[in-house]
Design a protein around this ligand. Sequence first.
Ligand code: HDD
Length: 726
Amino acid sequence: MAEQGKKGAGPEINAHSKIESLEPHREAPTDATLSTEHGVRVDSTDDSLKAGPRGPTLLEDFHLREKLSHFDRERIPERVVHARGSAAHGYFQVYEPMAEYTKAAFLQDPTARTPVFVRFSTASGSRGSADTVRDVRGFAVKFYTEEGNFDLVGNNIPVFFIQDGIKFPDVIHALKPEPDREIPQASSAHDTFWDFISLLPESTHMAMWLLSDRAVPRSFRMMEGFGVHTFRFVNAQGKSRFVKFHWKPLLGVHSLVLDEARKLAGKDPDFHRRDLWDAIERGHHPEYELGVQIIEEEDEFAFDFDLLDATKIVPEELVPVRRVGKLTLNRNPDNFFAETEQSAFHLSNIVPGIDFTDDPLLATRLFSYLDTQVYRLGSPNFAQIPINRPLVPVRNQHQEGFMQQRIKVGRVNYLPNSLAGGCPMMATPSMGAFTHHPERVLGLKARERSDTFKDPITQATLFWNSLSLPEKKHLIRAARFELASVASQEVRERMVARLGEVDAELGRLVAAGVGVAPPPGKPQPQAPGKGGQGAGKRSVAVSPALSMENTVKDTVESRLVAVLALDGFSGAELAAVRSALEAAGAHVQVVSASLGPIAGDDGSTVSADRTLLTAESVMFDAVFVPGGRASVVALSAMGEAVHFVNEAFKHCKAIGATGDAVDLLASTDIQGVALADARTAAPLLSDKGVVTSRDPAGLAPFSHELLRAIAQHRHWDREDIAQIPA
Ligand code: HDD
């Protein structure tokens, strides 16, 4: 098995030069004169053509008319869901040939790099909505393979609200702003959403994920992705196996806290978009391993749930996730509209070696995505838009349509034909033709749901049971927040009752925060697989893989650290700690009273990157305050600086202070809470992620300890400290 967590395998390609040669349509406006769309050069774009300097403006002004009429048509419909998104280019590389399981060409050659375009998104908000709202995140990957495009259109949550796509419009209508008042934007915290969820038991498992920290990711770079449905792998011999797809971020899975996410939605609504863009520009290329869970066809009914039910996971403890390759995002789009906005993902974009199953949710998606692209992009020729074009030749008899880009030569546009020698010919499987897996089907036509789909609670309870204590507390808080935003007492009661079915204590604790009586709770004892399919089947009571507590916590790579400093800061302390942070891959920004140079106590200067007006603790992963008496005294007197530290503490982030700056902590609410003895002369103290040192010779161990605290991501043991008001 390939080594897991491989970083930066293989030589770097010059992504741009390669892509430019593949994509002649990518143009940069260098060395060019302004022209009309028809190539006529323009002498002025500042004044319209007038009869005399005071007008009137003449209709004859073709440049003016073209400019305005093009502008008037700049908007296209936003995506009906997942309208808010951000994307990046990159490549995928398999670790070892997967021929035993699939004949997909892009999964065979470890030396080959398959170009990809990945779009991350929120689901509910409109195109201009905030990034950090509580929501599922889209994780859509377009692989431009040598056999055509393969789109893996997943989410950062491994299950879905509904089992059958016929209910998709309903769940989205309930989630989106209410139709009479168009409120609230990008938020599930309202009556219609919880009304719907409380009436639809199958949504319980997904609702639990939505209430969990997974729904407020720290970064697109720090969340998992899931194909959700069970797909098939088919090998060259035609043998089929079931497969579940996963994306595992090498930086681990990390979240924001609720208060932070809500503040960011106002203070930096582009937080995730900016994070993705900046990380790539800084060379911190996001990396995710492709994981597969492979299940033999004989095991189709071995589990206490149905593999075709998209509201269920296959616990990793039952079927391990095998990491088979790596996705690296190394290039930002050149043009948001042309690439990110016009990208059109479609589950039917599939390549030989991968196939569908009878999951009824998947079946509906196979229709909906093509349909939505034709509407949104305005023409069946949307596949000719550069970002959607495969890298392999396209040959078919499709004709005409709006914005047809191809000029097809000749008079033969039908099959069969003899006048064009029978071209284009049919391909055989050995030539790479896609052949549908010959699955035997037999059934009576009916609008029905399988009995094996009728256990909405067991896996919701599994999820709950697998969370760490802090994660459980966060989920309860989130549920209280969501349901306390619901005016209807009846809806709150119904939803709390459902949570009580998941876990009696969960129901009781949420009830206590939303003004409803504690629910009777879950019937005890609960046999696995209540739907009748459970007995003797493979199941687990706890799945450690579901808890973010067990994620990667050994790296600070790309983490943002704020350094609070004013004139008089300790030059030696800032320099030593900064270089340790940067050597470990963190990105440091100096936050000061104003932009420009600030003077250290040793004659050194640093340049402030941000000011206390533009930078807030919610935008950073950690904060470090170097000593230097003048700097510390002035910072202690500045409300913004004290608030910065308090808020970072409230959000459980690593905080470091050296020398005199340990006294700054005494001006904050931290003193007496985490740092009872911070004012002692002890050389190095580290308590609940607050690291201090008064020892000028101890900067190396201090930096080491601070790095360790940052890598932990958050120090949840602080959360019960009520005194911090921020
Ligand atoms: Fe969907 C977009 C993910 C169920 C219909 N969906 C869309 C996107 C993602 C997902 C990531 C944005 C793609 C992009 O970045 O452009 N959707 C999912 C997942 C689902 C799911 C993981 C369940 C497993 N979706 C689903 C169903 C239907 C749709 C059941 C309809 C029957 N989804 C759409 C859509 C969208 C879309 C309306 C809107 C814009 C688009 O497709 O391109 O067709």
